[in-house]
Design a binder for this molecule. Structure first.
Ligand code: MG
Length: 256
């Protein structure tokens, strides 16, 4: 079901999204080579707690009997990992790594969701381009996130832009509505036809999240039941914000 948020609910969304923005800031200020992804996860846990929120990713159900709930506060995916990487005390961040961090905070019953991809230290020109294009794909998409447009307008803009830059979008995962639930309708694919899908209305809150691969769009799931990697071993990046559809320009709630 697509939910239209009231004024009061929008204020609560803003609060949850602010937590996500501040937690990403804490990560950006502290991430460095030699750290483990578990240490980054601790920063997420502590920052969210200090802001009166919890991670909605922790203990998120896998939906499968033989796969445990997500065991950490953040999804941290490095290099050829696309999304849903599990933080670990044995996983060290290295100079030149492309690190995607996806955070969802829950505060006062509402969710905020955003992802950033950070290059630690110096990386190849290609890696830099991938990260830049992934971020820009989000901004190309939200040019169409306006009252009266359709979801497909956003999807189409993202997919076309990414392809024009020589990269691929992931097809098996997509953006989503967000509010009292982490995942609400509508689904927002990162490819598709303009003019298709539901019409956008003021009060909708949407998580728009291009997931971009340097090489082929094919992905695989690791045996942990969570981590998604690129099939060809090429790099992947992820950029996401929670936005609000208004009467005019969309508002990005997870950038403050
Ligand atoms: Mg997310």
């Amino acid at each position: 079901m697509v939910t239209i948020k009231s004024k009061k609910e929008i204020e609560l969304m803003r609060e949850a999204c602010k937590v996500v923005a501040l937690t990403h800031k804490a990560i950006e200020q502290n991430i460095k080579p030699g750290m483990t992804t578990w240490e980054l996860d601790q920063i997420v846990e502590k920052t969210m707690k200090s802001l009166g929120a919890i991670s909605a990713e922790k203990n998120y159900p896998s939906g499968f009997d033989d796969v445990p709930n997500f065991p950490a506060a953040a999804c941290i995916s490095i290099n050829d990992e696309v999304i849903h990487g599990i933080p670990s005390k044995r996983r060290y961040i290295k100079e030149g790594d492309v690190v995607s961090i996806d955070l969802v905070a829950l505060k006062n019953g509402f969710h905020g969701d955003a992802a950033r991809t950070i290059i630690v230290g110096k990386a190849s020109k290609e890696a830099e381009k991938l990260v830049k294009v992934t971020k820009q794909a989000f901004f190309e998409g939200i040019k169409f996130a306006r009252k009266g447009n359709r979801i497909g307008d956003i999807s189409h803009a993202i997919g076309e832009y990414v392809n024009s830059q020589g990269f691929s979008v992931v097809r098996e995962f997509q953006g989503h509505g967000i509010g009292r639930q982490m995942h609400e309708d509508p689904g927002i694919p990162n490819y598709g036809k303009a003019g298709k899908g539901i019409r956008l209305e003021p009060g909708m809150t949407l998580a728009i999240e291009p997931m971009v691969i340097q090489g082929s769009p094919n992905i695989l799931e690791l045996d942990d039941g969570w981590t998604i990697i690129t099939e060809d071993g090429s790099l992947a990046a992820h950029y996401e914000n929670t936005i609000l559809i208004t009467e005019k320009e969309p508002e990005i709630l997870t950038i403050i």
